[in-house]
Design a binder for this molecule. Sequence first.
Ligand code: 13P
Length: 253
Amino acid sequence: MRKQIVAGNWKMNKTYEEALSLVSEIDNMVKDEVNSQVTVIVAPPFPFLQSVGKLTQGNDLMHLAAQNMSEHESGAYTGEVSASMLKSVGVQYVIIGHSERRMYHHEDAQTLYKKLKAAIAQGITPIFCCGEPLEERDADRHFDYVGKQLHDSLSYLSNEEFDQVVVAYEPIWAIGTGRTASSQQAQEMHAYIREQLSRMFDAEAAFNTSILYGGSCNPGNARELFSQADVDGGLIGGASLKSRDFTDIIKSF
Ligand code: 13P
C-alpha cells in the first residue's frame, strides 16, 4: 500500500535543547491533531537522533530518520556513521542522495547505490532524492535528467530491495528559494518517475512506491500539492523547523 508521508529534514539546524523542544512540540501537536493515516518522519542531525527517537517512542505516527549515512559497513572511515549504528539507536528511515550531499560532498550515483544497499540490508527505509537544477529545466531536459538519476542508482536493486524504497522529487531550483514547483509541474514529474520505476521494477511495486515532493513546501501550498494523484507527501526543509507549520503541512492531506 502506498503510504502518505510527511518528512522533516532539519538539515544542519538547531542545538540539542532546541531540537528537543521542537520535537516535543511536534509530538504533542501530532497526538492532538493528526489523523492516523499519515506517516510523520523527523530527520534531526546525527548527535540528536537517539534523544529525539526516545521522545517520540510512544507515538505510533512518529518515525525517526537520519539525513545521511556511510556506504561502508564498519571500519576505518573517520567521521562516518554506518547503517547498523543508525539501526541500533532506533533509526527507521535515511535520506539518501539529497542534492546538497550530491553537490557539496560529491556523492555520485554509484556511491548512492551502495548507500541504498547498505540501508536496505539493515532494514532501514531509504528516502532516495532526485531533482534537476534550473538550467536543466530551462533547457527542457528535466525529465531525462531525473530519469538518469533514477536509473543510475536504483535500477541495480532487486524487486525485493526496491520494495523498501521511498522516492523524493526535489527540484533544486525550489529548495530553500521560496519558489515551489506548481502542482502541475510536481504531478507530471511524479507520474514520469512512477512510469520509469514501473519499467525498472514490477508495475505493482512502482504503483505502491511513495513519491514525496520537496522544495519550498509550506502550509499554504501543501494541500494543493498533496492532492495530486502521484504526490504522496512531502520532504520539508525550512517549514519543518517550526512545529506549527510542520503540523499544518501534515494536516494538509
Ligand atoms: P525547503 O523546504 O527549505 O525548500 O527544503 C527542501 C529540502 O531540501 C528538504 O530535503
